[in-house]
Write a new protein. Sequence first.
Length: 94
Amino acid sequence: MNKYESVIIINPSVDEEGVKSLVSKFTDLINTDGKVEKVDDLGKRKLAYEVKKQKEGYYQIFNFEANPELIKELERNYRITDEVIKFMTIKVDE
């Protein structure tokens, strides 16, 4: 298993309860074939540039171990989730 870091930006119109449910949804997905080590909630921040007509977003960072096949499924879920306006997953060297 490899170590990964995934950053997602959630639409600012989503309430706090919605953000928590999205985080638990993605955490559960990662835990099916991997292990979440840490989830950082950076809160609502101003974006460097407008993304999907939004100037702000909720930042969430997932640090986890997983098999490479899981990344494709995780990013597919990010794409089809309307509340996620931007995401990036990188492999972390140990």
